[in-house]
Design a protein. Structure first.
Length: 201
């Protein structure tokens, strides 16, 4: 399982990991996909041997990630659209909420987008008072980011909806499956970001 590390940037749940994996998913009908591809996984299907994975097993895993992330972001997308926001705004709000007082450079390091792209998103969030930006007293060149009450309310709403999906899946899968799921996701993340988490083998 994942435990928080005593690092400057902290993460709060599995949503953090999913953000590192997939940023944009095309909308497709799940029912049609299952019918045409016949990739629904029966509960009785034997576990795949990790030393002899077939192309079918790998493709199924890839597509499950895509569809899971599509449904993981579906409701938040609808909520964000009411404010004229998109997933880039959600990522900023989420990570600033998880790391109050983080610097703009720290946020850039997580999101891995250009300064220009982040500037456009931040400008809108600052203008509409979802985020406030303060100057670091120890280094006046550094800008520190915090959620306003309005931003915190939106972050809580979005995280609540996504947490319910994860909690339901965890309950249905069981403890052993949860540990394996976290280990697999950790293996996909690059080494630098993986070090942000403590993954029990």
């Amino acid at each position: 399982m994942f435990q928080h590390l005593p690092a400057k940037i902290q993460y709060v749940n599995i949503a953090d990991i999913l953000y590192f994996l997939l940023y944009d998913i095309n909308s497709i009908s799940t029912a049609l996909w299952l019918k045409e591809r016949s990739l629904a996984m029966p509960m009785s299907k034997p576990r795949a041997n990790p030393l002899f994975l077939r192309d079918e097993d790998l493709r199924q895993a890839m597509e499950l990630l895509f569809f899971a992330y599509r449904d993981f972001t579906a409701e938040p997308d609808n909520i964000l659209a009411q404010y004229g926001f998109g997933r880039a705004h959600h990522r900023v709000i989420y990570f600033v909420g998880a790391n109050p007082g983080m610097s703009v450079s720290d946020l850039l390091g997580i999101l891995r987008i250009t300064k220009q792209s982040l500037s456009r998103v931040l400008s809108q969030l600052l203008k509409e008072r979802f985020i406030e930006q303060l100057t670091d007293e120890d280094d006046r060149r550094r800008r520190l980011l915090y959620l306003t009450q309005r931003g915190s309310d939106l972050e809580n709403l979005l995280t609540e909806r996504q947490s319910k999906l994860i909690a339901r899946a965890y309950r249905e899968a069981g403890a052993d499956a949860v540990a394996g799921f976290c280990t697999v996701l950790g293996g996909i993340i690059n080494n630098k970001d993986r070090d942000r988490f403590n993954i029990d083998e």
